[in-house]
Design a protein around this ligand. Structure first.
Ligand SMILES: [Zn+2]
Length: 57
């Protein structure tokens, strides 16, 4: 989900509520709107990698 700076906490809380997974932030490269308002999004909230999930090296 996309978020502006103002709504980053809301977005991370919502991500945790919806997916029960640790969110991480990546900078938005393509212009996109915040999901909480109409401002331009600065960050995209994505699922963080769990270290134990992909441990095949
Ligand atoms: Zn916003």
């Amino acid at each position: 989900m996309y978020s502006c700076l103002e709504h980053i906490e809301e977005s991370m809380d919502r991500f945790l509520d919806e997916y029960g997974k640790l969110p991480i932030l990546v900078e938005v490269e393509i212009e996109h709107k915040c999901e909480h308002c109409d401002q331009v999004a600065v960050y995209k909230v994505i699922e963080g990698m769990m270290v134990e999930d992909e441990d095949e090296l």
